[in-house]
Design a binder for this molecule. Structure first.
Ligand SMILES: Cc1cc2nc3c(=O)[nH]c(=O)nc-3n(C[C@H](O)[C@H](O)[C@H](O)COP(=O)(O)OP(=O)(O)OC[C@H]3O[C@@H](n4cnc5c(N)ncnc54)[C@H](O)[C@@H]3O)c2cc1C
Length: 409
């Protein structure tokens, strides 16, 4: 038991400090922002989807890569433990659709406030506006850290919880990756996930702001389906975004997403035959009306406006003029509107950074680095990420809690 320095005061760092202090250690958090947990404030659109009320196996199914690495951390401090910790500290939580857990107040600030109160209760020293610039290492052990002010902070153990490279305005600027690499750890190159996707086609720009509900999105590459799900998506000035697209971005090929195909089934509840029969009926009933006015009954009006052009027909033609071939094309496009991936949006816009400290060099039972007996890692700076639903914050809390408890031993 001794002095523990936690570098980074985000979700992972705060939880690591709480766990270490509860275990009796003398703990300091060094956070270069003017306040703790800056990113937490913007999570879940300000409501903070802090975890997901699911079992460990269900949780791991939402972690596309390196999920097994999290097994011990989740078993030691899982979603239920997080919910109980907050509730017992006076922050009631609420389980919502998809078992997503939020503070009952739906205010992300309540989560930060509660964690800050726990830090105070356990006597953690919090140093704000304090930037960790370098790790001090001697004979295979970390002896502390040098701050950008030049000050040296001695420590018996150091926990790096400095986040990734997403939303750098919240403080995560990749410093943790640099420190880990300087200490000899392999850092898997960071890439964006849970991010919008730029398309080769320009037409989504004309529809920016339009949200599609109850559609099926399929992403395929080299003839293989990599993602398929029902839900909601959004057209933007660069291409597509929204919940389905963010999830699909986790499955883009890492060696080049360019050319991957996105297919939108606008009518997943109808078979091709049913849709064609419906169109035929509507067109017959439409008579002299313009094609686009009939499509209005089947599609959101902004999409109905430009849909005929995407199908190579004029929206101004009358329904009675539409040939059987044109009708079949329209029906086929409704069942499979295609887009081509140019690239994911940049890391700064990604909800999460993929990549980071290689999990092969971190002990999953302690979060300790294998190259140093007293250096620990937690949170987004590890090479593990998950889908949306509260899983990423829980990864930060679970790995933080395990790193803190292990460092305090
Ligand atoms: C818009 C948005 C919405 C999100 N919504 C959700 C959600 O609802 N649910 C969910 O589960 N996940 C969500 N996430 C993801 C989640 O916020 C992150 O996975 C999580 O915050 C990672 O926590 P962390 O502590 O590892 O890193 P961070 O939160 O990035 O914390 C790292 C901390 O280290 C500090 N730091 C960095 N360098 C230094 C240095 N040199 N010296 C001192 N301090 C330093 C930073 O200032 C920062 O405070 C969202 C992310 C974004 C961007």
């Amino acid at each position: 038991m001794g002095e523990i320095l936690v570098a980074g005061g985000g979700a992972a760092g705060m939880m690591a400090a709480i766990a270490a202090a509860r275990a009796g250690a003398d703990v300091t958090i060094a956070e270069h922002n003017e306040k703790l947990g800056k990113k937490i404030y913007i999570t879940g659109k300000g409501r903070c989807n802090l975890t997901n009320d699911c079992t460990t196996d269900e949780f791991l199914a939402q972690v596309p890569r390196n999920g097994r690495f999290l097994y011990s951390a989740l078993n030691r401090f899982g979603p239920r433990d997080m919910m109980e910790l907050l509730e017992s500290a006076g922050c009631p939580v609420e389980v919502q659709r998809g078992r997503r857990v939020f503070p009952a107040s739906e205010k992300a600030s309540d989560v930060t406030k509660t964690l800050t109160a726990l830090l105070r209760r356990w006597g953690v020293r919090v140093r704000l506006n304090t930037e960790v610039a370098e790790l001090a290492v001697r004979d295979g052990r970390v002896t502390g850290a040098v701050l950008s002010s030049g000050e040296f902070l001695a420590a018996d153990a150091v926990i790096l919880a400095m986040g990734g490279l997403s939303y750098p305005g919240t403080g995560s600027r990749g410093d943790g990756f640099r420190l880990a690499a300087e200490a000899g750890y392999t850092v898997i190159p960071p890439t964006p996930v849970l991010v919008g996707i730029e398309t080769e086609e320009n037409w989504p720009k004309a529809l920016q702001g339009l949200s599609l509900k109850n559609v099926r999105l399929t992403m395929s590459c080299g003839g293989k389906t990599r993602y398929e799900e029902l839900g909601e998506m959004l057209f933007t000035h660069f291409g597509v975004s929204g919940p389905l697209v963010l999830e699909a971005s986790c499955h883009l090929p890492e060696d080049g997403a360019k050319g991957a195909g996105l297919t939108i089934d606008l009518k997943p509840g109808l078979s091709s035959e049913q849709l064609d029969a419906r169109l035929q009926r509507d067109l017959t009933a439409g008579g002299k009306k313009m094609l686009r006015s009939v499509l209005n009954g089947l599609l959101p009006s902004r999409l109905a406006e430009c849909f005929p052009v995407l199908c190579g027909v004029s929206g101004a033609m009358s329904c009675s003029q539409v040939t059987a071939g044109q009708r079949e094309t329209i029906a086929a496009m409704m069942k499979g509107l295609r887009l081509t991936v140019r690239a994911p949006r940049p890391l700064a816009e990604a909800v999460v950074t993929r990549g980071g400290v290689s999990v092969k060099q971190v002990n999953p039972g302690t979060m300790g680095g294998k190259l140093h007996s007293n250096l620990y890692f937690a949170g987004e700076m590890l090479d593990v990420d998950a889908h949306t639903g509260g899983y990423n914050l829980q990864i930060a809390f679970s790995t933080g809690a395990l790193a803190g408890a292990s460092a305090a031993l």
